[in-house]
Write a protein that binds this ligand. Sequence first.
Ligand SMILES: Cc1cc2nc3c(=O)[nH]c(=O)nc-3n(C[C@H](O)[C@H](O)[C@H](O)COP(=O)(O)O)c2cc1C
Length: 384
Amino acid sequence: MDDRLEATVTTAFDPIDLAGIRLRNRIAMAPMTRSRAYGPGLSPTESTAAYYAQRASAGLIVTEGIQPSPGGQGYPDTPGLHSAEQVAAWRRVTAAVHAAGGRIFAQLMHTGRIGHPSLLPDGLYPVGPSAVPARGSVYTADGPKPFVVPQELGEDDIWQAVEDHAAAARNAMAAGFDGVEVHGANGYLVHQFLAPNANIRVDHWGGDDRRRTRFAVEVVRAVAAAIGPERTGLRISPGKALGDIDEPDPGPTYLALLRGLEPVGPAYLHLVESPDRALTRELRERFRGVFVLNPRVEGGHAGPEQLSLVEEGTADVLAFGALFLANPDLPRRLRRGGPYNPPERATYYGGDDRGYTDYPALPEDGEDAAAPDAQRPAPAVRTG
Ligand SMILES: Cc1cc2nc3c(=O)[nH]c(=O)nc-3n(C[C@H](O)[C@H](O)[C@H](O)COP(=O)(O)O)c2cc1C
């Protein structure tokens, strides 16, 4: 191995400047719903604080999806950021992460048509860009139930939803978060507006690619106006079929979205990768800010093999989901070449601290002799 070449290659272990915030490495914890908001009024608990603080060696933590408003909740026991008690409870989480030297963004997730009236406070009903139900069923307290036909949002309701995101973003800053990620991925409200099968509107919020991107742009614009574009990120998942989304030709939609976002200038774009690596590269090329990639791995989860994507220049930051859930000290393990705790699906959603705060960390560097950096897969490209 040529040491001179090695020194000039940016790796996932190098720090990066995220619009003025220094991330200590380029390994992010992807947002993951854990359905354990057992604190007052759907708020995080001491365990939540411990869970995130354990993972503070990430360059950036993106929290689980957090509903910006009561009507945005689509799953049991997910936390919110719309009440004073939730803000107070999140403050303990952000303080614990910061005390451990980490950075944490709040993911704002309005689930839209993915939900059920039984999960919502009295009088609220799932909403969507159009009265088009998702095929499939949702998990409720009484077991799985088919998705309902959502209430189509009217003009005023749409602006209210935009403002709810901005208000939750202000709450996030009051709670000590480093910023906010708008959840525009995985079939939830923002993605429903983007997708031609969920958004069949014929007004200025639907129709062609540009109009379908309008809600996403307005939400990001409102959040950026509330807390600053440098504190604002957006997650997208072009073509991802989750939540019965069908985007047969996502490229033009998402390129239109990036054009719409240009004047707003969010700090980062977080891509849940589609099978189309060429689209990944194109989006990366067109986006001016930091490019966070949650790489696609056919039939599995992102892992150490994807570290080379930073070295190749495909991504600025890599987001790991399941592997971070199961390995609180993931950056250290990636550096050492493992070993890795396997994620346990049975404890993903709900339950107690098992599968939440009890995944073991490796001994500190120096406490054991085995630090086999050499086991890490060699980066695919080494350029000067
Ligand atoms: C338990 C669990 C919960 C998740 N919840 C969310 C969520 O709230 N918001 C989100 O954007 N993605 C969510 N995801 C998707 C992950 O962020 C990530 O995109 C996915 O796990 C693929 O990445 P991986 O291969 O590294 O696991 C979740 C994934 C898992 C495993």
